[in-house]
Design a protein around this ligand. Structure first.
Ligand SMILES: [Zn+2]
Length: 195
């Protein structure tokens, strides 16, 4: 498997300037981009910046290293649980991790998926990962949503208007309640995902 890394922006702090009462905690995210997936470094950077701005409102600073761009066999370009397990085994990275893939072979098909502790017992290789397809709309919001699932270790959604955790991702759904912030910080810290 070939590995190429984008230079620049390494370990750049993406969250900035949010007025938060809580002490800041850091989420260091490993990012893997599949070559030929349709993702570009620019689109990934934009999504990471936007997700960082949303999580900063909970006092979480999203930091990431260089994007690892990997070339994989054709059967690993799209998400499926077997493909994801194989990819995670053959290209291990720190956790939590974001994988940018082309599409999905899972049914029902989701543009983005979060795998926390609670839904990874039969697939431990992909615990604490987020998988986003190139078709994901509003990828920054979708990334923040999926990371919140991983940090809270919960698949729960919210009915609250404008909430990030509504089941449908949209440009207007970016808010997190104080209770959601507390939960994602507490659970994320307890699971070693926030430092
Ligand atoms: Zn969700």
């Amino acid at each position: 498997m070939r590995v190429r890394r984008f230079t620049g922006l390494a370990f750049a702090a993406l969250a900035c300037c949010a007025a938060v009462a809580q002490p800041r905690v850091t989420l260091h995210l490993a990012v893997v981009m599949i070559e030929g997936s349709g993702w570009t470094g620019e689109r990934a950077d934009g999504a990471l910046r936007e997700a960082g701005a949303i999580l900063a409102r909970c006092g979480v600073a999203l930091e990431r290293g260089a994007i690892a761009v990997i070339a994989v066999p054709p059967d690993l370009i799209d998400f499926s649980t077997p493909a994801a397990r194989e990819l995670a085994r053959t290209h291990p990275v720190a956790r939590p991790a974001l994988y940018l893939v082309r599409g999905t072979r899972s049914r029902p098909a989701f543009d983005a998926e979060a795998i926390g502790r609670g839904n990874s017992r039969t697939r431990p290789e992909i615990t604490d990962t987020v998988w986003m397809t190139a078709a994901t709309r509003d990828p920054g919001i979708a990334l923040a949503h999926e990371l919140a699932h991983v940090l809270m270790d919960s698949g729960e959604h919210s009915d609250e208007a404008g909430n990030l955790m509504r089941d449908k991702t949209s440009a207007g759904n970016t808010s997190l309640s104080a209770a959601q912030c507390a939960r994602l910080r507490d659970t994320g810290t307890a699971n070693g995902l926030l430092k």
